[in-house]
Design a protein around this ligand. Structure first.
Ligand code: UD1
Length: 371
C-alpha cells in the first residue's frame, strides 16, 4: 500500500513523527513523505526532523510563504503532477494548516483516497484560517481520525457517515509522552536563568492577535504588567517578530526587563520550557493539548477553542485578549491550586498504532476487493 504523507508547517511535524515511524514498521506499507516547504527556516522545520527522528522528506516542494490563496494554490499545483507520478493508494494529511487543505483538495480532485488525522475539531469561528481548512478538509476526507468526543459529534452533525470516523486519540500526545524525559533532561529553566515553576511561558502567533495592532498592544500591556512580578520566557514566532517591527513595537517589547525574547525553539527545548513553567499563556491550539497532559495551567489568549476537552478535562482556560482579564487570570494561575487534570480518553501514547491498524484494514479490504 503506497501512502503519501504530506507535511508543511511546524505543528504538522510532531503529529506526523509517530505515524511515519509506525508505517515504516508495517510490512505492507510503503510510506512516502512530502514536505510542501510552507515552513522552511531550520528552527521552524529542520530541527524537528532531527530531534524526532523523522526521515528526510522524499520530496520537498519548497513553496515558502505567501498569501493564503497563493500558498494553497502553489502547493496544489506542485502536488497534482507528483500524485500523478506516484499514484498512491492513500494520501494522509494532519492538522489544519494551508498545506493540509491543499493536499486534500488535490487528493479529492484526482480520485485518491484521503485520510485526515485530527479531524472534526471546530472553533465555530470562520475568521480563523484554520477553521476553513478544517471544514473543507473534513468534507472531502474518506477516513477521519479524531482526537476527542467533540470532534465525533461535530462530524456527525455535518453529515459525515459514522463508518468514516475513527476515534483514535492524539498523535501529538504520542510524541509528547515519548519525548518528555529527554525534554526534562535538558533542564531548560536553568539554561535561561529561571527556576522551575517560577516563570511563565508565552507564545503568540494567531493572525487575529498579532496582525491587529490594538489587540496586540492590549496583550503586550498585560504582559508588561505580569513580567514585573514574574519572568516570562517568550519564543517569538517569525510572523509575530515581523508584526512587532511593522507596528513599531519592537523597542518597547525589548525594554521589558523580565520578558526574555527567544528565537523559535526546537521541539525538545520548547517542551522542556512549558513542562516546567508555573503557567503558560498562548494562542496556539496544540499547546492547549500539551499543557493538559503536562498538568500545567494554560491561559488561552483567544475567545474560543476547537479543543474543548482541554477545558473539561485539562488545565485550559479561555482568557481572551483583554488586558485586565489576562492580568487577573495570571494572578489566579499563580495563586490557585487547580484541580488535577484528567487525561482525555485515548491520549495514551498509542494513537498512531490505532491509525495504522485502521489503514492496514483498509488496505486488506481493497486487496480483497481487487482480488
Ligand atoms: C501557520 C499555520 C498555523 C500554525 C502555524 C504554526 C496556516 C493557515 N497557518 O501559521 O495554523 O499554527 O503555522 O507556526 O497554515 N515565516 C518565516 N519562516 C518560516 C515560516 C514562516 O519567517 O519558516 C514567516 C514568514 O514571514 C511568513 C509568516 O512567518 O509570511 C507566516 O507564515 P505562514 O506559514 O504563512 O503562517 P503561520 O503564521 O506560520
Amino acid at each position: 500500500m503506497k501512502i503519501v504523507n504530506v507535511v508543511g508547517a511546524r505543528p504538522n511535524l510532531m503529529k506526523m513523527a509517530p505515524i511515519i515511524s509506525e508505517m515504516h514498521r508495517h510490512p505492507a506499507m510503503e510510506p512516502i513523505l512530502v514536505h510542501t516547504g510552507q515552513h522552511y527556516d531550520a528552527n521552524m522545520s529542520g530541527v524537528f526532523f532531527e530531534e524526532l527522528g523523522i526521515p528526510a522528506p522524499d520530496y520537498d516542494l519548497g513553496i515558502g510563504s505567501g498569501s493564503h490563496t497563493q500558498q494553497t494554490a502553489q502547493v496544489m499545483l506542485a502536488l497534482e503532477p507528483l500524485f500523478g507520478d506516484l499514484k498512491p493508494d492513500l494520501v494522509l494529511v494532519v492538522g489544519d494548516v494551508n498545506s493540509t487543505l491543499a493536499a486534500s483538495i488535490v487528493a479529492a480532485k484526482t480520485g485518491i483516497r484521503l485520510a485526515h488525522v485530527e479531524a472534526g475539531l471546530r472553533s465555530f469561528d470562520r475568521t480563523m484560517p484554520e477553521e476553513i481548512n478544517r471544514i473543507l478538509t473534513d468534507s472531502v476526507s474518506d477516513y477521519l481520525f479524531t482526537t476527542e468526543a467533540s470532534a465525533n459529534a461535530n462530524l456527525k452533525r455535518e453529515g459525515i457517515a459514522d463508518e468514516k470516523i475513527f476515534f483514535v486519540g492524539n498523535v501529538m500526545i504520542d510524541t509528547l509522552l515519548m519525548q518528555r524525559q529527554r525534554a526534562l533532561d535538558l533542564d531548560v529553566p536553568s539554561r535561561h536563568q529561571v527556576t522551575a515553576g517560577h516563570y511563565a511561558a508565552l507564545t503568540l502567533h494567531r493572525p487575529a492577535n498579532v496582525d491587529h495592532r490594538p489587540t496586540l498592544v492590549g496583550i503586550l500591556e498585560a504582559i508588561e504588567r505580569i513580567q514585573r512580578d514574574l519572568p516570562i520566557l517568550f519564543p517569538v514566532h517569525p510572523r509575530t517578530m515581523k508584526q512587532f517591527d511593522r507596528f513599531g513595537l519592537t523597542s518597547w517589547v525589548r525594554t521589558m526587563e523580565n520578558l526574555k525574547l527567544l528565537p523559535p525553539l526546537g521541539y525538545l527545548e520548547f517542551l522542556g520550557l512549558i513542562a516546567q513553567a508555573g503557567f503558560v499563556m498562548t494562542d496556539s491550539g496544540g499547546i492547549q493539548e500539551e499543557t493538559t497532559i503536562l498538568g500545567i495551567p494554560c491561559l488561552t489568549l483567544r475567545e474560543n477553542t476547537e479543543r474543548p476537552v482541554t477545558i473539561s478535562h485539562g488545565t485550559n482556560r479561555l482568557v481572551g485578549t483583554d488586558r485586565d482579564r489576562i492580568i487577573s487570570a495570571a494572578i489566579s494561575a499563580r495563586s490557585e491550586t487547580l484541580p488535577a487534570s484528567r487525561r482525555p480518553e485515548l491520549w495514551d501514547g498509542h494513537a498512531a498504532e490505532r491509525i495504522i491498524n485502521v489503514i492496514a484494514q483498509i488496505g486488506r479490504q481493497s486487496d480483497a476487493h481487487l482480488g
